[in-house]
Design a protein around this ligand. Structure first.
Ligand SMILES: *Cc1c(COP(=O)(O)O)cnc(C)c1O
Length: 487
């Protein structure tokens, strides 16, 4: 059976169920599989005509033993996770520019219109399934830069086994995103708006990481995480790379380029996982906005923490891309003592410098760039005003803009698939800025019925200052746990 170990090397190997339910490894590392399953080219051919759901079934089956999750249960969970998407293909792939071989994978057809829905619905259904079987209950704590919170809130609707605490930096996410978190009338969903966090979601991540270091608290609250530190998220995020590949290649075996707007490197790690399993990828474009931690690591071997800059593509305003540790773990040959050393350096000195050999390993198959807000705006405008009249959201625009920047770095005839990670209706202010339009005037592509509906609902939330968040959260979570009598 495939076991899961910590990137920091502490503790025994655990099974899939334990890795999913715990989120973080007990030593503060991230769970990773002991080895990465390999897919032959014949198998790729067999898979190439599968629907998204059937493909997800095949890929997830490689990581979880039937004794833990039967085929029937896995199928059932997958069906229930994707039936709320508003497109029959789940994640449609559409051409942007046929001549250039440029395509868009629309990952935003789920209930909260962002790519987070793709993995979150399944992960929360899976957690609920395991807990119901054991007759247990958990508290989920999520920090969000805007899209994880809504996805977790909506996926938690009606779950009797889960209380979800959704923390977001007030004023640093769009009003539309905030309403997706705060307008649900569910007793198990607890939004917390946090003021005064200069580093946005990263500040909230620190508070959560501290809570997870306190093992008594973790046990008392039955604390778990569904941020992309959870293996379940990155595993499911490998599936769309396979699916997108099959939609655009002429022949299985052909190499393509993926461009990915990247923040915490969770989506990108899904791509790395897919390539390591055997998917033919020419290059991954790791597209940052002005928060360019990942671009710096790829281009000059310096992994360092900088101050956060607020940009128009706010979901990727991240300065500590924690899934990069998973990547470094595999690239260093599963060297957990190196990971511990680097993590210490990063935490103490705010930076890690890789040696020449490691730099080469890290940048193998990756190219990167950092896109400004001006470039994001002009890319949105360019494609909206083109014959194609396609409206990109600011994050998808970062990915498309990066392709232009880096066109010299891959073969001219390579097909390129850009990951569109959010629906433009989540960012109407940016769209208005691009199109110079007044309040109320938005093109149809920038509207969505679910966003309009949320405007007519009450908001419920708790408010807190960032420096008091740790203490307030613990106190309130404890009292909710006690009152519910469920734990
Ligand atoms: C979360 C998110 C991303 C970045 O994904 P990571 O896994 O954090 O790199 C990109 N775009 C949007 C819209 C997102 O919500």
């Amino acid at each position: 059976m495939l076991g899961f170990v910590s990137t920091k090397g502490g503790g025994e190997s655990v099974d899939f169920e334990t890795a999913i339910l715990q989120g973080f490894a007990p030593d503060g590392g991230l769970f990773v599989p002991e080895y990465i399953p390999q897919i032959s080219i014949e198998k790729l051919r067999d898979w190439s005509t599968l629907s998204y759901g059937d493909l997800a079934f095949e890929i997830i089956s490689l990581f979880v033993d039937k004794s833990i999750l039967s085929e029937k249960d896995l199928k059932h969970l997958l069906d229930n996770s994707f039936n709320r998407f508003d497109h029959p293909d789940i994640i449609p792939v559409v051409p942007l520019d046929n001549e250039q071989g440029l395509y868009i994978m629309e990952l935003f057809h789920g209930p909260t219109l962002s790519f987070k829905d793709v993995a979150m619905g399944f992960l929360i259904n899976l957690i609920d399934f395991f807990l119901e079987r054991k007759n247990e209950h958990v508290s989920i704590v999520v920090a969000t830069t805007g899209d994880t919170g809504p996805a977790a809130a909506h996926a938690s609707i009606g779950k009797k086994t889960i209380d979800s605490w959704l923390l977001y930096p007030r004023g640093m996410i769009s009003e539309e995103q905030e309403r997706q978190i705060t307008t649900l009338e569910e007793p198990n969903i607890h939004p917390v708006g946090v003021d005064n966090c200069p580093d946005g979601g990263d500040d909230l991540d620190l508070v959560i990481a501290k809570m997870f270091e306190d093992q008594d608290l973790v046990k008392q609250l039955k604390l778990t995480s569904v941020n992309s530190i959870n293996w379940g998220r990155v595993m499911v995020q490998a599936v769309h790379y396979f699916y997108g590949y099959f939609r655009i290649v002429k022949e299985i075996g052909e190499n393509i380029v993926f461009s990915v707007p990247s923040g915490a490197f969770g989506n990108m790690f899904g791509g790395y996982l897919a390539r390591t399993m055997g998917l033919p990828v020419e290059k991954f474009i790791c597209a940052n906005n002005q928060n360019s931690t990942l671009h710096q690591a790829f281009s000059n071997g310096k992994f360092s923490k900088k101050d956060l800059q607020q940009t128009l593509s706010s979901a990727i305003d991240i300065v500590v891309p924690y899934n990069f540790w998973r990547y470094l773990y595999f690239v260093s040959g599963q060297n957990s003592s190196k990971i511990r050393q680097w993590m210490d350096e990063f935490n103490n000195q705010g930076e890690v410098r890789f040696d020449e050999k490691m730099r080469e390993e890290i940048s193998r198959g990756f190219i990167s760039t950092s896109i400004s807000d001006e470039q994001t705006l002009s890319t949105i405008e360019q494609w909206y005003r083109s014959e194609r009249k396609y409206l990109l959201d600011p994050h998808s625009a970062v990915a498309v803009s990066a392709v232009n920047h880096l066109a010299d770095a891959f073969p001219l005839d390579s097909k390129v698939l850009c990951l569109a990670t959010a629906h433009p209706a989540k960012f109407p202010d940016v769209i208005r800025q691009v199109l110079n339009q007044e309040e109320g005037q938005l093109p149809n592509q920038a509207l969505h019925q679910s966003i309009e509906a949320a405007k007519e609902k009450f908001q419920h939330l708790r408010l807190c200052d960032c420096d008091k968040l740790g203490i307030a959260l613990q106190r309130t979570m404890k009292s909710v746990v006690e009152q519910s009598g469920r734990y």
